[in-house]
Design a protein around this ligand. Sequence first.
Ligand SMILES: C[S@@+](CC[C@H](N)C(=O)[O-])C[C@H]1O[C@@H](n2cnc3c(N)ncnc32)[C@H](O)[C@@H]1O
Length: 181
Amino acid sequence: MDSVHPSDLQIVSTWANTVEGDLIDAGCGPGHWTNFLATQGLTARGIDQVPEFIAHARRTFPTAEFASGSLDSLEADSGSVGGILAWYSLIHYEPSAIQTPLREFNRVLKPAGTLLIGFFAGSVVDEFAHAVTPAYRWTVDAISSELEHAGFDVLESHVRRTANQRPQATLIARRARQSDG
Ligand SMILES: C[S@@+](CC[C@H](N)C(=O)[O-])C[C@H]1O[C@@H](n2cnc3c(N)ncnc32)[C@H](O)[C@@H]1O
C-alpha cells in the first residue's frame, strides 16, 4: 500500500472497522484494497469485470478472494453484504447510467450497510480523458443526489486538493431504504 495516500488509507481503514459483515471491493482492479481489507481481519471479496485484473490480483494476493463480475449485477443475495468499497470504479460510468450500480449496491447491502466511494471531484460533472476509457468527475452534491435517489443517506464526504492533481474525493453513504424501481 506504499503508493496509497495516507489520508485515503486512514479513511478506508476507519470506515472498514465500522462495517458489520462481509465486504465487496467493487471494481477491485489489481486487488490491493481487497487484500488490505482481508489483512485487517475482514471478509472481503474483490470483483472486477476485467478477467486479466482478476488473474493478476489472484497471483499477487493468493490468500485474498477475487471473482470476475459486473457492478451492475453482483453475485450476492439481497441484504447480505455489510459494506461496499467502490474505489475509483464508478468513474467510468456515464452520469446517466450511474443509478444502475448504485441500485445494485443498495440491493445487496444489509439495512444500514455502508458504501465508501472514491472519485474525482470537480465544480461540474464532466468527462475527462483517463488512461484507457473516458472518465467522469462529479461534484459532491451531484453524486450525493444520485445516492439519495438510489436509497442512501450520505454520512460524510472529504475532498483533497493537491497542487497539479485533480481533486480527489471520498464519500460514505448508508443504505437508508430500498431503492425505488
Ligand atoms: C480506475 S480502476 C480502479 C481499480 C481499483 N479499485 C483501484 O483503486 O486500484 C477502475 C476499475 O473498475 C473496474 N470497473 C469499472 N466498471 C466496472 C463494472 N461495470 N463492473 C466491474 N468492474 C468495473 C475496472 O475494470 C477497473 O478495474
